[in-house]
Design a protein around this ligand. Structure first.
Ligand SMILES: [Cu+2]
Length: 286
């Protein structure tokens, strides 16, 4: 439905993008486009900018990591020598928090072309795993798929609202940058050669997102003052949302708690995201 309404601008954009990506100077052409977009990007003034920080806790007993048999790929198996290779969809940190949770502003953001997070994100294939496992990226920003293993991988993306692509990477290389034009949480990526390889990309049309790491915390800064719906997404335990109101220069807190009881939760994939508070913009009360 949405696609048909936007068909005109897309028709104009696609030839430009394909020229930019297809030519030998693809990276330069893309950067040129990004620079033009960045020049009118909006940075929330320091006197107004707010921060939302938080932590993702985990309660209960984490499921045991599943060993991966990489014996068919000695190059990858060697990279896991000693520790072994495991699937860890539930990655619990030492401090009882949950790693690999995608956190983002889902609602409440005044519509703007926000500055920030403009650098290309790199998703590497190392030891027959995606690194990072969970990646956040802005719409129309570069994603570089890297193969550091020197053996055949392919990157098979399965978006529902974006154009899918499937890149074959026969040896160590960087693929030309790819982009998603529509916000979508999440886009799964798989390798058809190695069935255990899986990752997820959160695509949002603003820079206010994070992925929890080794301490389960996150920090989203440079926000306009406002009331936001913050969503947490986990690949096995689904999504949770919370509302946080922040005033200028204030730091708000958001805490999420997942538990082992949530096994079998509904995990949304491909949800289109329109995070903006259109009413607020229309009334121009800012
Ligand atoms: Cu692979």
């Amino acid at each position: 439905m949405r696609a048909s309404r936007k068909s005109l601008p897309i028709v104009v954009l696609v030839p430009l993008l394909s020229v930019a990506c297809g030519g030998g100077g693809g990276a330069d052409a893309d950067n040129g486009g990004a620079t033009a977009a960045e020049s009118d990007a909006y940075t929330v003034p320091a006197a107004e900018a707010a921060v939302i920080t938080g932590i993702v806790r985990f309660e209960g007993t984490a499921p045991a990591p599943e060993p991966i048999d990489m014996s068919a790929e000695p190059t990858c198996a060697e990279k896991h020598a000693g520790s072994g290779a495991f699937r860890t969809p539930v990655a619990v940190n030492q401090n009882g928090t949950l790693r690999n949770v995608f956190i983002y502003v889902r609602e409440g953001l005044p519509a703007q072309n926000y500055a920030g997070r403009d650098e290309a994100v790199v998703i590497d294939q190392v030891g027959c795993e995606y690194t990072p496992h969970i990646t956040g990226v802005r719409t129309n920003h570069d994603i570089i798929f890297r193969n550091s293993d020197g053996l055949l991988h392919n990157v098979n993306t399965r978006p529902q609202n974006n154009r899918p692509f499937n890149i074959s990477q026969p040896t160590s290389m960087d693929a030309p940058p790819r982009r998603f034009s529509q916000a979508e949480v999440m886009v799964p990526i798989r390798c058809d050669v190695h069935g255990w390889m899986e990752g997820y990309i959160g695509v949002v049309d603003h820079p206010f997102f994070a992925v929890t790491g080794d301490d389960g915390s996150f920090r989203i800064e440079g926000l306009p003052p406002g009331t936001y719906t913050i969503e947490a997404w986990h690949e096995q335990y689904g999504t949770q949302t919370t509302q946080v109101t922040v005033a200028a220069q204030e730091t708000g807190q958001a805490t999420f708690t997942y538990s082992s009881d949530m096994a079998g939760a509904y995990v949304p994939m491909g949800a289109p995201i329109d995070p903006h508070d259109h009413g607020r913009v229309a009334s121009a009360t800012h």
